[in-house]
Design a protein around this ligand. Structure first.
Ligand code: TXA
Ligand code: MG
Length: 343
């Protein structure tokens, strides 16, 4: 076990704290930090032993590559080759922010970071603490989401602490993530951009900025040929069984009452439908008209289900347009790709 140091984000201004963080990163160790999307487990992206420490802390298969986080737009040129004109537009409009771009990598990026791939994922985050960490470290920071591999991502300090205390050198407490769902991953190595993971920046937003239609590989079958290694692993699973229900609330209620029997059950639903489910534990996660709030609450609500030892977690199906696409992508993975249609 590592003796994890907890640092409050306001203390990052202090000289000795900065020095400690710098030393931690430069000696190949790990620092958990907040971003606007989810928390990340950071290490020096150019140091293979730091990258190994990240995989170890997370329990992640080492062929699932990491995103390199930078704190200046121009640093993309240090790690990426061939930046297409579409990529330039996306960086101009969405960086800093929740968009990760996949480029052909330069030699300086170790294969440990890219999971053996010739491509590299780069993101310039918006969050002040994330930017501060990268600057203090004087290194690009490789970081996956700060959860034990397979579990829902962490959007709150409490959840990061539960998963990673004793497994990383430092956790920076930066409160709750404002977005709550991970960055959109877009492959810009080909002539046309392609979405590999839907996220906060939606397909509609990207298409409107580029003036073209783009493809979306994130729906490809889980066991088939996958473009992004992350697509093939189990993800976002709480301990309880997640069941996605599509249909009107009356039918959902009838199904649950018949299905759960003696199991400890709960439903995660829109605010609008909450009043139908008074006979069970109900977790309203936001109005159907506020997909941003549903996205923000999603992972913390799934984790709350574990805290309450819920055995059967029913979740209302949300529309798959705009941000709903990213929400449903996470929920489909959490449920093992099953929607129960009650029509
Ligand atoms: O919002 C986020 O992106 C957060 C914060 C911490 O920045 N990070 C995050 O990292 O979600 P992670 O490792 O949990 O997810 C990164 C995804 C994975 O699905 C991975 O397979 C994919 O990006 N990825 C990384 N490098 C890739 C590459 N070279 N080619 C294709 N996919 C890649
Ligand atoms: Mg992740």
């Amino acid at each position: 076990m590592i003796n994890t140091q907890i640092i409050k984000s306001k203390d990052l201004k202090k000289k000795d704290v900065k020095q400690f963080i710098y030393q931690t990163i430069k000696t190949g160790h790990t620092v958990v930090f907040p971003t606007e999307t989810v928390y990340g487990i950071g290490g020096d992206a150019l140091n293979p032993s730091a990258v190994k420490a990240i995989y170890l802390a997370k329990g992640r298969p080492s062929d699932n590559p990491l995103i390199i986080h930078i704190a200046r737009k121009k640093d993309v040129h240090l790690y990426a080759r061939h930046i297409s004109s579409y990529a330039h537009i996306l960086m101009k409009v969405f960086w800093p922010g929740p968009l990760t771009l996949i480029f052909d990598k330069k030699d300086i990026v170790p294969y440990e970071t890219t999971g053996g791939l010739e491509t590299v994922a780069i993101r310039y985050p918006q969050h002040l603490i994330a930017k501060q960490l990268i600057k203090i470290s004087q290194s690009p920071i490789a970081a996956p989401s700060a959860n034990i591999s397979g579990k829902p991502s962490s959007t709150r300090f409490k959840h990061v602490y539960e998963d990673l205390n004793g497994h990383v050198q430092v956790i920076i407490d930066g409160g709750d993530s404002s977005i709550g769902i991970e960055s959109t991953v877009v492959d810009v190595t080909q002539s046309m951009p392609c979405i590999l993971r839907p996220g906060y920046i939606t397909k509609e937003m990207i298409e409107s900025v580029l003036g073209i239609q783009i493809s979306d590989a994130s729906r490809e079958k889980i066991n088939g040929a996958v473009k992004s290694p992350g697509m093939k692993y189990t993800h976002y699973k709480p301990k309880g069984e997640v069941k996605l229900l599509q249909g009107n609330p009356e039918r959902m209620l009838a199904f649950i009452e018949n299905d759960a029997l003696n199991d400890k059950k709960a439903i995660i639903c829109s605010d609008e439908n909450a009043s139908y489910f008074t006979s069970m534990l109900t977790k309203p996660i936001g109005s159907i008209h506020r997909l941003d709030l549903i996205a923000k609450n999603l992972f913390s609500t799934l984790r709350e289900m574990d805290e309450l030892n819920i055995e059967k977690i029913y979740v209302e199906v949300f529309p798959e347009t705009h941000l709903g696409h990213a929400i449903m992508n996470r929920l489909l993975k959490a449920s093992g790709y099953q929607i129960i249609k009650l029509i």
